[in-house]
Write a protein that binds this ligand. Structure first.
Ligand SMILES: NC(=O)c1ccc[n+]([C@@H]2O[C@H](COP(=O)([O-])OP(=O)(O)OC[C@H]3O[C@@H](n4cnc5c(N)ncnc54)[C@H](O)[C@@H]3O)[C@@H](O)[C@H]2O)c1
Length: 109
């Protein structure tokens, strides 16, 4: 049994490189994977090669886009256990997302 059996994972930047390898590894370990990337066709290619996966187009610097990505995980697989962010964005945005602060609030602080 894989170490991620029954888990739901989002991997951003999963259309190529390290993110793609991470998505493939998580899938091998049994996770259902949201293959998220700004490049939709790349995300669809990777997701199509995994046993339990969906593609999500996301721009990690755009909060509504990130919300839609999480909603895709919940709608497709019933929840979210793992978030692996393989794309860079500014620390203030990451802080804002993780604390629930709005983008303008986190930038002002
Ligand atoms: N490859 C390395 O040796 C290495 C070493 C240290 C750090 N890094 C860092 O790790 C990250 C990934 O590296 P990689 O080699 O896998 O790069 P990569 O270019 O192969 O993959 C990055 C993926 O992120 C996607 N992406 C870019 N901007 C995005 C955005 N705003 N929202 C969503 N997806 C977006 C791209 O479409 C691409 O599929 C980069 O930030 C890189 O600087 C890489």
């Amino acid at each position: 049994m894989g170490r991620l059996e029954g888990k739901v994972a989002i991997v951003t930047g999963a259309g190529s490189g390290i993110g793609e390898s991470t998505a493939r590894l998580m899938a091998r370990e049994g996770a259902s994977v949201v293959v998220a990337d700004i490049n939709r066709s790349a995300a669809e290619r990777v997701a199509g090669e995994l046993p339990s996966a969906v593609a999500a187009e996301v721009d990690v610097s755009d909060e509504p886009s990130v919300v839609r990505m999480v909603e895709t995980a919940v709608a497709s697989f019933g929840g979210l256990d793992v978030l692996h962010n393989m794309t860079w964005t500014s620390p203030s945005l990451i802080l804002g997302f993780s604390t629930g602060l709005s983008r303008s609030t986190s930038r002002a602080s």
